[in-house]
Design a protein around this ligand. Structure first.
Ligand SMILES: [Zn+2]
Length: 404
């Protein structure tokens, strides 16, 4: 099948008709449909699909042998996310297999298509949860009790989806069998368009993390409580959001409060609590730490002023990731031989490739995003660029899984 045919099939699943954005949260009905679609497509191609202990899907082309060449990405989305972030890598992988089959290529090392679970952390708060569990960097007991906003634990969500959460944990044998992992992903940001390049290669991933700030005050009546008597957590939170912007701007970092939960969330009530999540990223780990420390001390001062208590907890942190230089050079040579120039770019976005890079030689291929907008229904890549991505991926797989 062509890329466009595959894309059309997956496109409607989990799309909200009001916003046009995707709500493909892990272990939901939309997620189950995406998984079923991927499994069906893999089966049609004669690939053997397996689900690992952590819910990640692996479709094997060729018998299981060491040195597997893995490609893929994720199918879950952020709230009202775009169509491309994640699925582009999975659909391109299927389309690349078709290109290779059309030319009667048969892999000497297995080619494996992967779809990772809960990459965005949109439901349970920890990004790249599936790949982190696989790599053994998240404790399975801690993972099982992660809760979504409705209070459902990961364990219960998995059971409801018919999957046993009892086996969560590292997959050392699986990882040992991987010779290379190449994740194709839509560009997030806008670096390729000004360079006139359809494709790019990742240099590394900025260190990044998430911190949960809880501002606890006292619920009160919005009409009768005198301003001076209030302990309103919204006020220190609001000023903290501004402080985060300033702290990031002063340091060449980025810092975002993108998720806020207000309790009790009533129009006529002074809130009792504001829970807010800070996402901070920078080229350097010390800059991320310094940014967060500055935001935190600003929040502490503001809370004192307003009689509000503060607690801050780090929910995740991912150190600087450098992708494998030798693999990148080899891919660049393959692409150059095919007449494709792919500039090397740093990225501020986290990926499963960033997690796996600690364990296996890993590379990322970006497909141009003309506006740079991502994590939004406006996220886009042109069909011609997606097709160029598929051809490039096929050439890379042919080289990596072909005769030594
Ligand atoms: Zn992604």
């Amino acid at each position: 099948m062509t890329f466009a045919e595959l894309w059309r099939e997956l496109e409607p699943i989990g799309r909200d008709p009001q916003t046009g954005g995707y709500r493909r949260y892990s272990w939901t009905e939309a997620d189950a449909q995406c998984r079923a679609w991927f499994t069906g497509q893999a089966a049609k191609r004669g690939l053997a699909v397996e689900t690992d202990n952590n819910g990640n899907l692996w479709a094997w082309w060729g018998p299981k042998r060491p040195g597997a060449v893995v490609t893929g990405s994720h199918l879950d989305s952020v709230p009202d996310g775009g169509a491309f972030d994640g699925p582009l890598g999975v659909v391109s992988a299927l389309a690349a297999v078709d290109l290779l089959k059309d030319k009667d290529f048969s892999p000497e090392r297995p080619v494996v298509l992967a779809a990772f679970t809960e990459e965005e952390g949109a439901r349970f708060g920890v990004p790249c949860l599936g790949s982190r569990l696989l790599a053994g960097v998240v404790d399975p007991d801690a993972a099982r009790v992660l809760t979504d906003d409705a209070g459902t634990t990961l364990a219960d969500a998995m059971i409801a989806a018919g999957t046993d959460p009892g086996d969560l944990g590292p997959g050392d044998d699986l990882l040992r069998g991987i010779g290379a992992f190449v994740e194709l992903h839509v560009e997030q940001g806008r670096a390729l368009a000004p360079m006139g390049a359809a494709l790019g290669l990742a240099e590394g991933i900025w260190p990044h993390g998430r911190w949960r700030f809880v501002f606890s005050g006292r619920a009160d009546h919005a009409g009768t409580a005198r301003l001076t008597d209030r302990r309103d957590p919204m006020l220190p939170y609001a000023a903290t959001a501004l402080a985060a912007r300033q702290a990031a701007a002063d340091r060449g970092a980025v810092a975002t409060f993108g998720k806020v939960i207000v309790e009790p969330n009533g129009t006529n009530a002074v809130p009792s609590a504001v829970r807010a999540w800070l996402d901070a990223r920078a080229a350097d780990e010390s800059v991320v730490e310094d940014t967060v420390t500055t935001v935190r001390s600003a929040a502490e001062g503001l809370c004192e002023e307003h009689g509000v208590t503060l607690s801050v907890r780090q929910e995740s942190f991912t150190p600087l990731v450098r992708f494998d230089q030798a693999l990148r050079d080899r891919i660049a040579a393959t692409l150059a031989a095919a007449g494709v120039q792919a500039p090397v770019l740093p990225t501020g976005a986290g990926h499963d490739a960033g997690v796996l890079a600690a364990r296996v030689p890993t590379a990322m291929l970006f497909v141009r995003n003309p506006t740079g907008v991502s994590h939004s229904p406006a996220e886009h890549a042109d069909l011609a660029d997606c097709e160029a991505g598929v051809r490039a991926l096929a050439a890379i797989l042919e080289d990596l899984a072909g005769p030594a």
